[in-house]
Write a protein that binds this ligand. Structure first.
Ligand SMILES: Nc1nc2c(ncn2[C@@H]2O[C@H](COP(=O)(O)OP(=O)(O)OP(=O)(O)O)[C@@H](O)[C@H]2O)c(=O)[nH]1
Ligand SMILES: [Mg+2]
Length: 466
């Protein structure tokens, strides 16, 4: 999409979340923003960058609400257009009443992410910065929020720009030596190779942090698995601090996957409770479906909490399940510790561990959800196990999303093709085609070259009012 295809009509939307709150913010952006506010404000609003205190008045001269109005003149605003922000009293009805009055005066309801899209189209932000705003809004851990802010400050944009400049320099030197062979010295294949290698290292460095980026954004999948009635749902509820899953003493209570997100040591964990696994022939039709879903959960999760009931015998089902999960990161959680005589605990655990055949060291802990024993310790082990399986987590420098990662992969592919061409001493003209291909992919990251569909996809993920 180019700036010429887009209709910059005046848009308005509620910027604060729906619900009861002390303040609601309505944003108007576009060339009619000042006109519209002057039709509905009780005083004249004509100065830029000013704060006004007045009333909103409807077309029948009814006083609707006492408000604070902030004015921004293009291009010095979030969107790069004239912007009016109305701070009114919160609450769904009041904010909506004011918005309706604004619509009556000619503003259109903003689409999802349209304010930020305008900021991008008006070059207030590049696409990596626009996407970082989405990340900041959606981050539920402080680490992810902080990392997203580095992109808003241009961390990724600047690195892509540097890489792009190196590619542009290389391309112009190749082109100059082809076009003006008498005046410009030929670039040796060795030199092209070394420049390409340098660029490839930089892209690979960003991509090496893709996994950590995805975990920061999407969270880590942790699944509770085990035989029926061992206390999975009780532990699920305890970790969430919420009575979310039904708990009964009837084996086979949970039949579906229940998912909730929980923060442990600033890590975003997507926790799932599953149907207890038992001989499928004993299970009802509904439970059978649940058991199949539980098996899928084994494949999909990053960490498994394998729950084993200290008070019951180890069943064949436990052992079969353990064999399925033993090569994945897992913690054995021995449940119902309160029902066990402390004197026998060590020997019971020893006996159990010997049955779960595993050559590697097993992480385990005994807990009680009933008496709240070792729950914090379990959280620490969960955190430690995750950290061990993602060893570079703390050093992550570049946060990227899947779209950006795909562009980097494509750029890398083109650069590696160019490198092959260099090694085979192909014509430099041909090599430069692949190098140009990588440049286009990098421009997709920053949004300098992007098609409308991709752009719409990005902004549709935003909320209305952002
Ligand atoms: N004493 C004691 N009882 C527990 C504890 N944890 C769970 N229970 C009891 O064990 C029974 C089964 O608990 P659930 O949490 O429903 O077990 P589940 O593994 O989700 O069971 P399914 O969904 O049927 O697979 C319930 O009666 C719980 O109250 C515990 O720490 N101590
Ligand atoms: Mg359950």
């Amino acid at each position: 999409m180019t700036i010429n295809d887009y209709d910059f009509d005046t848009i308005a939307a509620i910027a604060t979340p729906f619900g009861i709150g002390s303040i609601g913010v309505i944003r108007i952006s576009g060339k009619d923003a000042f006109n519209i506010i002057n039709k509905i404000a009780s005083i004249k609003i004509d100065t830029h960058n000013k704060i006004y205190h007045c009333w909103i008045v409807d077309e029948n001269k009814n006083y609707i609400d006492e408000v604070i109005i902030l004015t921004f003149k293009a291009p010095k605003s979030y969107t790069g257009e004239d912007v009016i922000e109305i701070n009114c009293h919160g609450g769904m009805a009041n904010v909506k009443n004011i918005l309706d009055i604004i619509f009556k005066q000619g503003a259109r309801c903003a689409k999802r992410g349209e304010f930020t899209k305008r900021a991008f189209l008006n070059k207030k932000l590049d696409l990596t910065q626009a996407e970082s705003i989405l990340d900041i809004i959606h981050s539920n851990t402080s680490k992810f929020a902080k990392k997203s802010v580095t992109n808003l400050r241009g961390k990724l944009f600047i690195e892509v720009k540097n890489i792009k400049n190196e590619i542009i320099n290389l391309l112009s030197r190749i082109t100059a030596s082809i076009d003006f062979p008498e005046d410009v010295e030929d670039l040796s294949y060795d030199e092209i190779e070394s420049i390409l290698n340098n660029i490839i290292i930089k892209i690979k460095k960003i991509l090496s942090q893709a996994n950590e980026s995805n975990i920061l954004r999407q969270g880590i999948k942790v699944a509770l698995l085990g035989a029926v009635n061992v206390g999975k749902s009780s532990l699920f509820n305890r970790l969430l601090n919420l009575q979310r899953a039904i708990v009964t003493n009837i084996p086979g209570t949970t039949r579906d996957i229940i998912q909730e997100s929980v923060i442990i040591n600033d890590l975003n964990i997507n926790l799932s409770d599953t149907a207890g696994l038992r001989d499928i022939n004993l299970a009802s039709e509904v439970e059978k479906i649940g058991i199949n879903l539980s098996n899928d959960e084994i494949k999909n999760s990053d960490l498994i909490l394998f729950v084993s009931d200290l008070t019951s015998e180890i069943l064949e089902d436990d052992l079969i399940l353990y064999q399925k999960i033993k090569n994945k990161p897992h913690i054995i959680v021995f449940s119902k510790l309160d029902l066990i005589d402390k004197k026998n605990l060590e020997s019971i655990i020893k006996k159990r561990l010997s049955k779960f055949e595993n050559k590697k060291e097993i992480n385990y802990i005994a807990i009680s959800t009933k008496n709240d024993i070792n729950i914090d310790e379990l959280k620490n082990i969960i955190f430690k196990t995750i950290m061990e399986s993602i060893n570079t987590f703390n050093e992550i420098e570049y946060v990227t999303n899947i779209r950006q990662q795909n562009c980097f992969y494509e750029a890398l592919k083109s650069l590696e093709l160019a490198l092959d061409g260099v090694k085979n001493q192909e014509l430099q003209d041909l090599i430069s085609i692949d190098i140009k291909g990588s440049l286009l992919k990098l421009e997709e990251i920053t949004g300098e070259s992007i098609n409308e569909e991709v752009l719409n996809n990005i902004f549709e993920k935003f909320c209305i009012g952002k």
